[in-house]
Design a protein around this ligand. Structure first.
Ligand code: BES
Ligand code: ZN
Ligand code: ZN
Length: 475
């Protein structure tokens, strides 16, 4: 699937089908008003009618804002998937909408059929965006916008593919191989620590989490290092290739979908793929803690006390709160290896975050209010939903342990997303407190019912938000 931009008038561009977005006002005065009304069309958001005789597709839209346009194009892409057209064209109403038009098309046309015995055949190949009248520098800028949007949407789909792949296929070891293949393809650096490497780094919390699995934990460090970077950014991703809960085992229904517990890691990989393709002037390090939380006779237990990489001791009271144990060690490792301007972590960390914000919204937690605002500033444009949950000292006290430095769960059942983030905070060095931000993507990373431009399965949560934020970083 490709999206291209030209500066032809719509009529001068040749394609199988013409796409028109119609809000209520433009629908009322449209020449096809009567035919469309007969078909039941009311210009409602994402509702589609195709008039095959005149080769026209109409999609309803509430207003011409970025979110509605992205969603309408995703709905259009899905509709085109079940038609036999190979190309389509659309007029671009204004340059601001080039990014959502492109992203909507690529994100909406995503299909995951790796495990189908008969993969779906897709005839649709190309969308042409006609930005008639754009010339010179503005046309060059428009071409770059479309190119960048393509890279970002394709990186999101790359992340979706990884999240959707099964735990049979994605283990800590195979994830390392995929990361090193990505590094080869995109000129990144990749280092992997296996069990011995983790042991010599003193990453005992992470080792304990993965101990009961036949697939031993790996730490993956991917980096993109352009010359004279404006900033150095460290990204940390939770990469639980499967989370059964361990001995504090999950109920059967809650275990289904837990292949997505690697979504933070997959988002970090998607971001690294895109930053290198966009050639952003920012040095980006991705640190991934890959492990599988399973059960065997050697499993780590509630009541164990683990010694993390920084020497802090952790009382395990629930083996299902494993992500924070892995992240504790990986955050320490990331801070030791790279002196970053910002440290961001992405994790499907808590069900509590979904309870607090709903399943569509990423939960953002940290100490630095202006850093939070810089993410809010880009979230709309990125197409990702963001909410924040506040820290307080009373919740922090719930992590107190009688026998170790900290407990891995809060002592009360409320505020679980925040206590999880406050647990991570214990592993953030004093000088990094204001530079760190935690993103709980438990709800947003995976969906069992399609919404917006997300089909069933992995959504690629965090990829577009982070890339939009990285794009706006100034010297
Ligand atoms: N991976 C889960 C969090 C999760 C839950 C992600 C639902 C996506 C959907 C995490 O490891 C976990 O099990 N967290 C526990 C923490 C609890 C034991 C304190 C949870 O949220 O129930
Ligand atoms: Zn868990
Ligand atoms: Zn988990």
């Amino acid at each position: 699937m490709n999206v291209e931009i030209n500066n032809l008038a719509l009529d001068a561009c040749s394609a199988d089908l013409t796409i028109t977005l119609l809000d209520k006002a433009s629908f009322n005065k449209h020449s096809a008003f009567e035919t469309l009304t007969r078909s039941g069309f009311k210009a409602e958001q994402d509702k589609i009618v195709v008039l095959h005789e005149s080769a026209q597709l109409f999609c309803g839209i509430e207003t011409f804002d970025t979110d509605a346009v992205r969603s309408a194009l995703a709905a259009t892409a899905r509709a085109l998937g079940s038609c036999n057209y190979t190309s389509a064209k659309i007029a671009c109403p204004n340059a601001e909408l080039l990014q959502p038009l492109t992203e909507g098309m690529i994100l909406g046309s995503y299909i995951f059929d790796k495990y189908k015995s008969k993969p779906e055949t897709q005839l649709f190949e190309k969308l042409s965006i006609c930005a008639s009248g754009l010339k010179g520098n503005s046309f060059e800028a428009a071409k770059k916008t479309v190119h960048d949007a393509l890279v970002i949407a394709e990186a999101t789909n790359f992340t979706r593919d990884l999240v959707n792949a099964t735990p049979q296929d994605i283990t800590p070891n195979t994830l390392s191989i995929i990361a090193s293949d990505l590094a080869d393809a995109n000129n990144l650096k990749c280092t992997v620590l296996d069990h011995n490497g983790l042991e010599s780094e003193g990453m005992n919390a992470m080792i304990a989490v993965g101990r009961a699995s036949v697939h031993k934990p790996h730490l993956i460090h991917l980096s993109y290092q352009p010359k004279n970077p404006t900033h150095v950014i460290s990204l940390v991703g939770k990469g639980l290739t499967y989370d059964s809960g361990g001995l504090s085992i999950k109920p059967a229904t809650a275990m289904v979908t837990m292949k997505m517990d690697k979504a933070g890691a997959c988002a970090v990989m998607g971001v690294l793929k895109a930053v290198s393709e966009l050639k952003l002037p920012v040095e980006v390090h991705g640190f991934i803690g890959a492990a599988e939380n399973m059960i065997n006779a050697n499993a780590y237990k509630p009541d164990d006390v683990l010694v993390a990489k920084n020497g802090k001791t952790i009382e395990v009271r629930n083996t299902d709160a494993e992500g924070r144990l892995v992240l504790a060690d990986v955050l320490c490792y990331a801070q030791e290896k790279v002196e970053a301007d910002y440290l961001l972590d992405f994790a499907t960390l808590t069900g509590a975050c979904m309870v607090a914000l709903g399943e569509y919204t990423i939960g953002m937690m940290g100490h630095n209010e202006s850093l939070k605002n810089s993410f809010f500033d880009v979230s709309d444009r990125s197409g990702e939903l963001l909410g924040t949950l506040p820290f307080n000292r009373h919740l922090k006290k719930l992590l107190k342990s009688e026998i170790a430095d900290i407990s891995n769960i809060g002592s009360k059942p409320y505020g679980g997303a925040i206590t999880a983030a406050l647990f991570l905070d214990t592993f953030i060095e004093e000088k990094m407190k204001e530079k760190w931000m935690h993103f709980d993507i438990a709800g947003a990373a995976y969906t069992e019912s399609a919404w917006g431009c997300n089909p069933h399965g992995g959504t690629g949560a965090g990829v577009r938000l982070t890339l939009e934020w990285l794009k706006q970083l100034k010297k």
